[in-house]
Design a protein around this ligand. Structure first.
Ligand SMILES: *[C@@H]1O[C@H](CO)[C@@H](O)[C@H](O)[C@H]1NC(C)=O
Ligand SMILES: *[C@@H]1O[C@H](CO)[C@@H](O)[C@H](O)[C@H]1NC(C)=O
Length: 587
């Protein structure tokens, strides 16, 4: 009797523990999600990926407390398509978010293209599951379709309850005194025609004077008028680009036009923290999509001039601070153990981002070749960190191929929602890999697109360590021997900007991550067999791609005056600043 009694006493603590664990795993069955997305942040930048001089203690905290993916791949090396894939779990070509021209992203806020309403974002599915959903920061997936108020592509039409940020993107042209990303375009479209016109007028004038030719006055007037028109268009573009495209919105209202960079990261961070604070009653999804570290670079007083890597380092360290603020509030509210935090970048660092003065304004892709806008590893291999204490083991590292499209099925399943059955989802559930239940990721083939064009295929054969990567074409790096396409600022995906390869260039990324030595039938006996398998996979993949409306066609990219959002109703001034008012109201 006595012994049994004692045993009962001894049994109580384990029972209690079991009950507690049960309660916890139930709570954990519908976690919150905080998805942190950086812009153009390279895999060589964070400390946890080997950088010793850029200080990212908060991003590193995520790696220590969770899983570090070392072959995490953006579905595209450019913002708009990469983010479309992230939001939908599908290759951007499936939603028409893959350009056939040189321009692969939205440039104007008043473009009619964007993520189609027929696409299903993870936010939409989570909202249906009762989650509060917010997008804070950069969207870059379109705004309106037909008029100023349909907001067909806007975050609020894609499953987000709350939006605060930019519908387009941070650009040099948004910040006074930073120069223009359109310098090359202006050179070609404005200065060359002006020079041609000037030479024509001078030649005709001379011939006229010498009496060799009688040129009617009207011809001169027309030529001069044409020159004036081109100049006017240039001045209008330079003058109006900033107010018309660089504005901050809260939900469907513009709150600051043009955007001010003063304490901008602080404002976004405060908003993110407040969203978490008011969402403790229901599970929530927060996508915090940083403007950092895209140019124009900026940093508040506390960070400007503090890093060892100039304006770029300052911006990166400020972003890291913001990550810390978000992790801290989760900790304070006791939400850490019930929140899956993800950190990544939409693509690799922008290698060609060097100022006229030679200052490097792009990040580091570590040992990897290339960068943003191309499919060498440097363009698509991005940081990938996932933390969920108690569920995902801390300090685990995986070199398996994973994709930013994997977030979609992972998040949707954890929220208890069904994956859409009417469409192909290209992402794969990450949880088995993150929990350590499997050693191999579910991706056998991954397709790397450069805009609309299938650029390369990656094959990870089951039960093999090899990672084959075959390029159908590669960008022509310029100048010769450079690590990017410097004269054009980004590499382009077709025409005379690329070199086609027959047979495709084949690498084994597991042995040659720097992509230095393409294989040949002499160095790899199974060369032909491997390429055949990969080409067959590409052909099968192509069969799953029906024709869809091109969201990045010229017509959908162009500025449409009737779609231009403007916070003031008085003409074209489009200026307002409700931010200061808002801040005062919040205090
Ligand atoms: C930006 O933040 C600093 C420090 O917190 C503050 O002194 C300054 O007034 C802020 N600027 C604006 C425009 O809010
Ligand atoms: C760390 O990051 C900075 C800024 O991108 C870069 O200049 C530096 O080369 C990086 N260091 C390493 C070891 O990659």
């Amino acid at each position: 009797m006595h012994v049994v009694g004692k045993m009962r006493v001894l049994l109580v603590p384990p029972l209690l523990l079991l009950l507690l664990c049960g309660a916890r795993s139930q709570a954990a069955s519908r976690p919150n999600f905080v998805l942190l997305m950086a812009d153009d942040f390279g895999i060589g930048d964070p400390g946890c990926y080997g950088n010793k001089t850029l200080r990212t203690p908060n991003i590193d905290r995520l790696a220590e407390g969770g899983v570090k993916l070392t072959q995490h791949l953006a579905a595209a090396p450019l913002c708009t398509p990469s983010r479309a894939a992230f939001m939908t779990g599908r290759y951007p070509i499936r939603s028409g978010m893959a350009s056939r021209s040189r321009v692969g992203v939205f440039i104007f806020s008043a473009s009619s293209g964007g993520l189609p309403a027929s696409e299903i974002t993870f936010a939409k599915l989570l909202k249906n599951q009762g989650y509060s959903t917010a997008l804070i920061g950069k969207w870059h997936l379109g705004t309106n379709c037909h008029n100023k108020t349909d907001f067909c592509h806007h975050p609020l039409s894609h499953g987000f309850d709350y939006f605060y940020g930019l519908t387009v993107t941070n650009l040099r042209d948004c910040k006074p005194g930073e120069g223009s990303v359109f310098a090359t375009g202006i050179q070609v479209l404005v200065f060359i025609p002006l020079q041609v016109l000037a030479i024509t007028v001078l030649t005709l004038g001379m011939l006229n004077c010498l009496g060799l030719l009688h040129v009617p006055r009207l011809v001169f007037l027309c030529l001069l008028f044409l020159a004036a028109l081109i100049l006017c268009l240039l001045l209008c573009f330079l003058h109006y680009f900033r107010p018309l495209n660089c504005f901050l919105m809260r939900n469907r209202d513009i709150t600051q036009q043009p955007i001010s960079y003063e304490n901008l990261t602080q404002r976004l961070t405060v908003d993110a923290v407040q969203f978490i604070q008011r969402s403790t009653e229901r599970p929530f999804l927060l996508v915090l999509s940083y403007l950092h570290v895209h140019t124009a670079l900026f940093a508040s007083r506390d960070f400007a001039g503090r890093s060892q890597h100039g304006a770029y380092g300052d911006a990166a360290e400020e972003m890291d601070w913001s990550v810390g603020q978000v992790l801290d509030v989760l900790e304070e509210l006791g939400l850490s153990n019930n929140t899956l935090v993800y950190f990544s970048s939409d693509q690799g660092a922008h290698v060609e981002e060097v100022t006229a003065k030679g200052e490097v304004h792009g990040g580091s892709n570590g040992i990897y070749k290339g960068g943003k806008a191309n499919n060498w590893e440097g363009g698509i291999r991005v940081p990938g960190l996932l933390r969920w204490p108690g569920v995902i083991p801390a300090g685990l590292e995986s070199d398996q191929p994973t994709s930013n499209m994997d977030v979609f099925p992972t998040v949707v399943k954890l929220a208890g929602a069904q994956l859409p059955a009417d469409r192909i989802i290209d992402g794969r559930d990450l949880m088995p890999l993150l929990r350590g239940q499997t050693q191999q990721s579910d991706h056998e083939f991954l397709f790397h697109y450069c805009n609309f064009y299938l650029n390369a295929v990656r094959w990870h054969p089951r039960n093999s360590t090899a990672i084959w990567k075959a390029f159908f074409f590669t960008p022509k790096f310029t100048p010769e021997g450079a690590n990017g396409c410097f004269p054009t600022h980004v590499c382009f995906c077709h025409g005379h900007y690329v070199t086609h390869h027959h047979p495709p260039l084949l690498y084994d990324i597991s042995r040659d991550p720097r992509e230095r030595s393409p294989l040949s039938p002499a160095s790899e006996p199974r060369f032909q067999q491997i390429l055949d398998t990969m080409q067959q996979a590409a052909a099968r993949h192509a069969e799953t791609l029906p024709e869809v409306p091109n969201q990045l066609s010229l017509g959908n990219l162009l500025w449409k005056p009737w779609l231009q959002l403007c916070c003031s109703s008085s003409g074209l001034s489009c200026q307002c600043d409700l931010e200061k008012l808002g801040r005062r109201a919040q205090l």
